[in-house]
Structures are given as C-alpha cells and as structure tokens.
Write a protein that binds this ligand. Structure first.
Ligand code: G3P
Length: 218
C-alpha cells in the first residue's frame, strides 16, 4: 500500500519524506487555502515546489466545474511537472473530463467519491485513482471503511485498473483498516502517519533493552 500525505504544507511534506516511506502528496482547494496560497500563479508555483520536494504523484485539483474549464486547467496543471495528477470532482462534467484526460494520457484522481456507483463510473472513465472519503462518510453516521471493501471487491471482480486511494483518513486505525480492506493508497495527515509509530510496549521494551545493555557494560 502506498502512503501519500494529505497536505499542502511544505514542512509537513518534508517531515513525512524524511521518514523515507512517502510515495506522494494529495492536496485540495481547502488545504491550499489553509496555507494562505491564493491566485492562480501562486497556486501553480506552490504545486511546483511540492513536485520538486517529492518523487511520487502529486494531486492538484481543478477549480472549474464545467468540462471545458476542467480540461483547460488540467492541461495547465499537467504542464507543471510529470508528478502532477489532475484531481477532478465526481460530477457529470468531471466524468467527461476524466475520459478526455485518459485519452490524453494525463493521470487523474477522481475526488469526492462517496458511493460504489461513483467509484464504478470513475473506473469506467479511466481514472488513475479513485478517492473515497472515509472520514466524511463516518462523520455522516455511515461506515466509510465498508465502501473501501465494496470498491475493492467490485474492482477485483471487474478487472478495473483504477487504484483505490483511501482519503479523508483521520487516524492510524483508519490506515490499518484501509490496508485490510484492500486500499492501494492511503492519503493521511502527518499525525495519522506518525501515530503508527507509537506503542507503549515499544517504549517500555526499548528502555529495558538499553538499561540491561548499560548494566552489562559496567
Ligand atoms: O483530500 C481529500 C480528503 O483527504 C479530505 O479529507 O479530512 O477534509 O475530510 P478531510
């Protein structure tokens, strides 16, 4: 399973990269706004900085919601770097745009996916990644992880190539459950990735190993 970080914060991206397990980055308009980045040229410059920092795929989302606008923006975004994956919302014009980007050999991430039916459409349109939003489904009182399992079963049965990118991940438990459910990728905030490191028995065990080593060395 690939690990992406879900942020536009360069420091956090660098920290995750430093761990040596980072495969890519996802961003969205909210995450870019959180960093205070506004205006097309600033936004594109920021994507370039992210692409220069990491080796893997970097999802950059279109703002347009009409077919022509998405195609124009997607082509511009794809010019920034070969790392760029054009993130397209699961709406009617988005599906049409995914089909066109597939023809143009531009990598895509179909975002805002909340049902198996939407995931089937994304795969039919040739999306490179499909992003089901686990945490937001949980927030609405339903089972986000069940959707990952359902998409995994459908894609396996139908032989779809689209990779399942579990998004809206909120915790280490989400990461483990997404791995069990068959996600190809998880995109997570830095603290969710780092939470995987922690176990009290690791700390206690290490303390004892070091104490025993020090005792024996005396
Ligand atoms: O980038 C898409 C997704 O990961 C958003 O997560 O936490 O805003 O629901 P969240």
């Amino acid at each position: 399973m690939k690990f992406f970080i879900d942020t536009a914060n360069l420091q956090q991206i660098a920290e995750a990269k430093d761990l040596g397990i980072l495969d890519g980055v996802t961003t969205n308009p909210s995450l870019m706004a959180k960093e205070g980045i506004t205006g097309k040229s600033e936004i594109y410059k920021h994507y370039k900085k992210i692409c220069d920092l990491v080796e893997g795929d970097v999802s950059a989302e279109v703002i347009s919601t009409d077919y022509e606008g998405m195609i124009r923006e997607g082509k511009e975004l794809a010019m920034i770097s070969e790392n760029i994956v054009v993130k397209v919302p699961m709406i009617k014009d988005g599906v049409k745009a995914l089909v066109e980007f597939t023809k143009l050999d531009i990598k895509t991430n179909c975002t805002l996916v909340f049902s198996a039916g939407q995931a089937i459409l994304a795969a039919k349109a040739g999306a490179t990644y499909v992003s089901p939003f686990i945490g937001r489904i949980d927030d609405s009182g339903w089972n986000g992880m069940q959707l990952i399992s359902d998409i995994y079963d459908i894609y396996s049965l139908q032989g779809y190539d689209t990779e399942i990118l579990a998004a809206s991940i909120r915790s280490g438990l989400h990461i483990v459950d997404a791995a069990k459910a068959g996600a190809d990728v998880v995109t997570c905030p830095l603290d969710a990735i780092m939470s995987l490191l922690k176990h009290p028995l690791t700390d206690i065990g290490l303390e004892k190993f070091l104490a025993d080593h020090a005792k024996a060395a005396k």
